[in-house]
Design a protein around this ligand. Structure first.
Ligand SMILES: NC(=O)c1ccc[n+]([C@@H]2O[C@H](COP(=O)([O-])OP(=O)(O)OC[C@H]3O[C@@H](n4cnc5c(N)ncnc54)[C@H](OP(=O)(O)O)[C@@H]3O)[C@@H](O)[C@H]2O)c1
Length: 263
């Protein structure tokens, strides 16, 4: 007996924790999961941004909570997961999205910036997955983890000097595959999105420097990403529709990585 497709994408009764959910790609994904019926918990550092983001989701009828915390601090991650569990009872979906970049040529890249990028972009994924896995997904033998990598994690770039960022995103790719292997037998899927260029606070400077038209022209679809472009892919990986998919990295980049690896 097959299941109607609407039911496969329905997240009613599910709870999603979205890191870096206060703006940009995290907020887009939170909106997608919320519109599909999930209860959403947003986390990032700035309370005011979280409050605004939560209000914008609540206006759309999405049951939203938020917890302010620094994702690169292990004690803070433990607190977020404990509070989220206390407030929702279970976590079915973890979106590991919070991330940061640092632009500097290799020869001058500061060590503290390397550590900062690594601690957020990859160590925090380890911390969140471990905490959510132990608190909710492993005991309930079900879960969806969606990591946000980048096309910068698929190959090197000729245009951009961001060695820590590119390294961290490469690590996200293989973290995803390894954890998929370990937690598949426990009913937990682990996948990643590798976005191309999307307008956000993080990419403001890059888009201005490289030019949106030039970046769009390099992609087969002749465009950069918009406020809808991650919604479908995120929902697929986080719903029953994706129950037979794990360990996969999906580039959502207008085809850029298919023709210009890592541009
Ligand atoms: N935009 C793109 O073109 C693009 C392309 C490929 C991949 N990505 C990836 O997509 C993810 C989101 O990027 P974005 O473009 O949406 O960036 P963004 O607009 O700068 O958003 C980053 C989010 O992460 C939060 N954050 C930053 N540092 C944090 C910390 N230490 N602890 C907790 N939260 C923290 C921010 O809130 P606070 O500052 O208040 O903490 C914000 O909610 C990142 O992993 C990025 O690498 C983006």
């Amino acid at each position: 007996m097959s299941t109607p497709v609407q039911h496969l994408f329905d997240l009613t009764g599910k709870t999603a924790l979205v890191t870096g959910g206060s703006r940009g790609l995290g907020l887009q994904i939170a909106e997608s999961l919320g519109e599909a019926g999930a209860k959403v918990v947003l986390t990032s550092r700035k309370a005011r941004d979280l409050e605004e983001a939560a209000a914008s989701l609540q206006d759309k009828g999405i049951d939203t909570r938020w917890i302010a915390a620094d994702a690169s601090d292990p004690a803070e991650v433990r607190r977020v997961v404990a509070e989220a569990m206390e407030r929702t009872g279970h976590l079915d979906i973890l979106v590991n999205n919070a991330g940061a970049t640092w632009g500097a040529p290799m020869a001058d890249h500061p060590l503290d910036a390397w550590d900062k990028v690594m601690n957020l972009n990859i160590r925090s994924l380890f911390l969140f997955a471990q905490a959510v896995g132990k608190a909710s997904m492993l005991p309930r033998r079900t879960g969806r983890i969606l990591n946000i990598a980048s096309i910068a994690g698929l190959a090197g770039s000729l245009d951009m000097a961001f060695i820590a960022y590119a390294t961290s995103k490469g690590a996200v790719v293989n973290f995803t595959r390894q954890l998929a292997g370990e937690w598949g037998p426990h009913g937990i899927t682990v996948n990643a999105l590798a976005p191309g260029f999307f307008p956000s606070k993080m990419t403001q400077g890059t888009l201005a420097a490289l030019g949106v038209d030039r970046l769009a022209a390099a992609a087969p679809l002749r465009r950069i990403g918009d406020d809808d472009d991650l919604k479908g892919a995120a929902l697929l990986f986080c719903s029953q529709a994706g129950k037979h998919i794990t360990g996969q990295i999906l580039a959502v980049d207008g085809g850029l990585s298919a023709v210009h690896q890592g541009a």
